[in-house]
Design a binder for this molecule. Structure first.
Ligand SMILES: [Zn+2]
Ligand SMILES: [Zn+2]
Length: 348
């Protein structure tokens, strides 16, 4: 089959030909419907060095995957051949307390035979290929009939991660409250839609890119601010009536974190999702007293079911552009050049 491979650290991806996977006991092979590209893939390609992570190159890229069950190994009875499923990305041990909660993201031990719990496309063969081996049927979530399986692919990360961030602060998104969303790209535009679907809070979205600001409007943001404006902090304070109850930073540079902190008031929630690697000097006076700061990574398997249910009801709709597998390297080039609005999804 054809697949998009990371051949080595600090390399560009390659389109290669590899053997089709076959399922062992308990395993499932999917025929891929959609495999999303994620901005974090660019960091994975260009920023990571040998030894930084317990991963081995080469591997097939793609950690946002959906497909149809193509073949099952001995003992698999959770799914049947032909069924449309989404892949819960992190692949934990299945035995620790985090895995018990469906929160394989925070598993303390990898699955037997694997180097880490990061999952397919992250140090282990992922879904940017015609077929994908999933090592345990436990990682598969059925896609509701009302949802296009291709649309389910970006929802497994670009939907699930914002959903987790929103869930953790949902109790603060009361009617009359304000939520500041920084970054309206692949994850951020989903975050806006999820907040609007789950609460009556006012959403103030901030982005430096005009196309992303248009997407923020389309996604339901109540106020949209140019993140490149000189008085961005003042504009946010005015829109959020002095400060937001909840601030979610989907970018994570020094500049966006400064904007995020400046958007808080006493007792805000400030959640960092973006992987840009910026930092903020935490001290007694900033952010404002009793602001709760957290970083997050992905979401639980139960939350993935809920995200798919929201999308099946038509309450959230991911913005994406599809690419044939043969055009996958163009998709990476478009993402790197900032030419995408929303997600790129490979449809083999
Ligand atoms: Zn991702
Ligand atoms: Zn575990």
């Amino acid at each position: 089959m054809k697949a998009v491979q990371l051949p080595n650290w600090k390399s560009d991806p390659l389109l290669i030909e590899v053997d089709d996977p076959t399922p062992g006991p308990g395993q499932v092979v999917l025929r891929i419907a959609g495999a999303g590209l994620c901005h974090s893939d660019l960091h994975l390609l260009h920023d990571f060095e040998e030894g930084m992570l317990p991963w081995h190159v080469p591997f097939i890229l793609g950690h946002e995957n959906s497909g149809y069950v193509h073949a099952v190994g001995a003992g698999v009875d959770r799914v049947s051949v032909g069924q449309a499923v989404a892949v819960h990305g992190p692949w934990g041990c299945g035995r620790c307390p985090a895995c018990d909660r469906g929160q394989d993201t925070y598993c303390v031990a990898p699955l037997d035979g694997y180097d880490s719990a990061f999952g397919g496309g992250l140090g282990t063969n992922g879904g940017q290929a015609e077929y994908m081996l999933v090592p345990d049927a436990r990682f598969l979530v059925p896609i509701p009939d009302a949802l296009d399986p291709v649309a389910a692919a970006p929802l497994t990360d670009a939907g699930l991660t914002p959903y987790h961030a929103v869930n953790l602060s949902l109790h603060k998104m009361t009617p009359g409250s304000n939520v500041v969303v920084i970054g309206a790209g692949g994850l951020g535009h989903m975050g806006i839609q999820i907040i609007k679907a789950m609460s009556a809070a006012t959403v103030v979205a901030v982005d430096v890119k005009p196309a992303a600001r248009e997407l923020a409007v389309k996604s339901g943001a109540d106020v949209v601010i140019d993140g490149g404006a000189d008085d961005v902090a003042a504009q946010i304070k005015e829109a959020a009536k002095g400060g937001a109850e909840v601030v979610i930073d989907f970018v994570g540079t020094d500049a966006t974190l400064a904007t995020a902190v400046g958007s808080c008031k006493y007792q805000s929630d400030l959640t960092l999702v973006g992987v840009a690697g910026g930092s903020f000097p935490f001290n007694l006076y900033a952010p404002p007293y009793e602001t709760a700061m957290r970083s997050i990574y992905w979401g639980t398997r139960t939350e993935l079911k809920e995200v798919l249910a929201l999308a099946a009801k038509g309450l959230i709709t991911p913005e994406y552009r599809t690419y044939a597998l043969d055009d996958a390297l163009q998709a990476y080039a478009d993402m790197a050049a900032g030419r995408l609005t929303g997600r790129a999804v490979i449809t083999p």
